[in-house]
Design a protein around this ligand. Sequence first.
Ligand code: TXE
Length: 484
Amino acid sequence: MKTIENYIDGRFASPLSGVYLDNVEPATGAVYAQIPESDSADLERAVVAAEQALPAWRDTPLEQRADILLQLADAVAAASEELARAEAIDNGKPVAFARTVDCYRAAANIRFFANALTQFSSESHAMGATAINYTLRDPIGVVATISPWNLPLYLFTWKIAPALAAGNTVIAKPSEITPMTAYLFAQICQQVGLPKGVLNILHGRGQGIGQAMVEHPRIKAISFTGGTATGKHLAATAAPLFKKLSLELGGKNPALVFADCDLDKTVNQLVRAAFANQGQICLCASRIYVQREVYEPFKAAFVKAVKALQVGDPLLESTQQGALVSAAHRDKVLSYIELAKQEGGRVLCGGQQITMDGRCAQGFFVEPTVIEGLTINSRTNQEEIFGPVCTIEPFNDDAEALALANGTEYGLAASLWSQDVSRCHRLAKQLDFGIVWVNTWLMRDLRTPFGGMKASGVGREGGLEALRFFTEPKNVCIQYGDDS
Ligand code: TXE
């Protein structure tokens, strides 16, 4: 049995209460590690460590700060085999996906922000011959990041990298469901010599240590990725405390497939878009709308490709679909499939829990599932399922496609599949989504803003947006002479 520890002031630490939680391997259903159930006493130690580390980190020359972060990125890349295996065990995702997406992008995130911090410039505004304004962008101070279980290492680094790059010290909480790679990351920070107290990692439940972090008066900003209901609660807690808040929440993302698309490419890409990471990515396409002329051939090819997906042990290189992250999440996904049937949906493939042989007999596996025959107002098409389930429906024209796509409370990521460049530009402008992909999915340029509209979040992360979020702007206005 492995024991995960908190990372405070550059050292590993047991929770002061001595209480630990079970950590389950989703592919086997077995408890394989213990994680600290941290509380406000642990938090206080971490806040003090972060406060003490702040002046030196904030004032470290930019090139030096960038250098340390680049070393961290290199060390993550060098450890990516170990990290990918750990992520597959901890999360249930296929090891190949963990390697090429989570680990690769974790190193890329840190490298990007290490480089970006030396390029970040502040504004200056001249007022003719009268005065000049310039804006200082100082780090906020001690900030907190709270990340989810679906892309554990990737989203953990996505938040801490800009926070550290901007000169803040950080208290980070990974999801209690997938704590392992954050623990390994702490070991890497120690090896690399990240100054103590600059990054502190606390483990435990959202309603315990997570809530304490959001309420802590000396933590000035919170960057959160997770469920929309949790985000709503966080916003209500943080608003009266006047904290800076960035919320990356859920999605119910549409893919609009037009008759003039490259059908084979679109089928392949949308199988990936709907089922990557067992559908547990906030960006996954969960509603596929297909122009009526090509609906039947698209549906036939899509369902055939989904049925061919290899569900299996996450540790096998050949596995394309692993386990869902927890028994509770599996049950939630299965309950939505039942709901879809009650709402009149027809299951075209999948729909069942899978009992595997051997090592994975008690794991949390669900067949990749495609459902048709549901209206836009059905709960299945309105609520985030966050699993290997997508719906497919025909549409007649651009106007109907647009109304369907925009017809939920979410607005994270839409995709368009068409060779008509004018239509793509026109619809991209009219879609109420923070991200629109055209003939691609999950392609990311880290310089671009990332995030959603409507119930998908508040604020944007990525690139300069993230560095701006983690700084406090201060305008200095200097008059050239006196008024007389
Ligand atoms: O996420 P939570 P859950 C969606 C998805 C999923 C649903 C619930 O639909 O089924 O959310 O998942 C911490 N104060 N997404 O319950 O609870 C928690 O410990 C402070 C979408 O697992 O939102 C974890 O670290 N922190 C999503 C993080 O919040 C709190 C990714 C996310 O957990 C807290 C995950 C509190 N009161 C789920 N309560 C995406 N957008 O990518 C919880 N946390």
